[in-house]
Write a protein that binds this ligand. Structure first.
Ligand SMILES: Nc1ncnc2c1ncn2[C@@H]1O[C@H](COP(=O)(O)OP(=O)(O)OP(=O)(O)O)[C@@H](O)[C@H]1O
Ligand SMILES: [Mg+2]
Length: 234
């Protein structure tokens, strides 16, 4: 089966006055469909840079990234945006919801972009909002929700297109620990339902819920090891 993600010697270089700065240096790994991966590493090690490259929000200086077997590097910016919309669901630490839109309308954004008709968008949005436990908040504005509820909306939006890959960059970073645990339980549930997830985290107990832990240091992939939730091989 084609992996959800294949990275082949990805580098990201920022040209600085003194010398080039390698935010990422020849990072390679694959993520099979259905895997739940934690991405760890010290501050500044390149985690967000890598997530942005995987999520097609940025382009690598060198190397290739394949999403569901497709190379975005060959596409023009508009095609890349369409591919991102189709294949990637992104969840950020700070939610990134549109304040003037209702919960349902926020979730419909990627569906609108993909050209779905209003009835289809509405049905799909309500379906994913039910799935994250927000079926009773669909007409609220983001400002009328708690932090945990806002993150659920963001997760519903990320799920709306049924993406190949769910990317989460410190999704519990702005939440208190109890609410954070609820959000992590939701990710566990999505994983059990088949979602492929890459999650940035600083917390070892968050990483323990994952099947695999990748560690970055100074832009390099320092280690790639099984997490506690890894399937036991007989
Ligand atoms: N546009 C840029 N120009 C120059 N350097 C940059 C740029 N963007 C990021 N960097 C550098 O790349 C490195 C990696 O940054 P990145 O945001 O990926 O770190 P991170 O691992 O996500 O850290 P944190 O845990 O603090 O979120 C940092 O040293 C940062 O200063
Ligand atoms: Mg970061």
């Amino acid at each position: 089966m084609t992996p959800a993600l294949e990275l082949d010697a990805i580098s990201k270089v920022y040209p600085l006055a003194e010398e080039d700065f390698y935010a990422l240096r020849e990072v390679s790994f694959d993520v099979p469909v259905g895997e739940y991966v934690a991405l760890m590493g010290p501050s500044g090690s390149g985690k967000s840079t890598l997530m942005n490259l995987i999520g097609l929000l940025d382009t690598p200086t060198e190397g290739r990234a394949l999403l569901a077997g497709q190379d975005a590097g060959d596409l023009d910016p508009e095609e890349q945006a369409a591919m991102r919309n189709r294949h990637v669901g992104f969840v950020f630490q700070s939610f990134h919801l549109l304040p003037r839109l209702s919960v349902r309308e926020n979730v419909e954004v990627p569906l609108t972009y993909a050209g779905y008709r209003p009835g289809v968008r509405r049905r799909r949005a309500l379906e994913v909002l039910e799935r994250v436990g927000l079926g009773d908040r669909v007409d609220h504005r983001p400002s009328q929700l708690s932090g945990g509820q806002r993150q659920r909306v963001a997760i519903a939006r990320a799920l709306a297109m049924n993406p190949s890959l769910l990317l989460a960059d410190e999704p519990t970073g702005n939440l208190d620990s109890e609410t954070g645990l609820e959000i992590l339980a939701l990710f566990d549930e999505l994983h059990a339902q088949g979602a492929t997830i890459v999650m940035v985290t600083h917390e070892p107990d968050v990483a323990e819920r994952c099947e695999r832990v990748l560690r970055l240091r100074d832009g390099r992939l320092e280690s790639d090891s099984a997490g506690r939730a890894a399937p036991v091989v007989a």
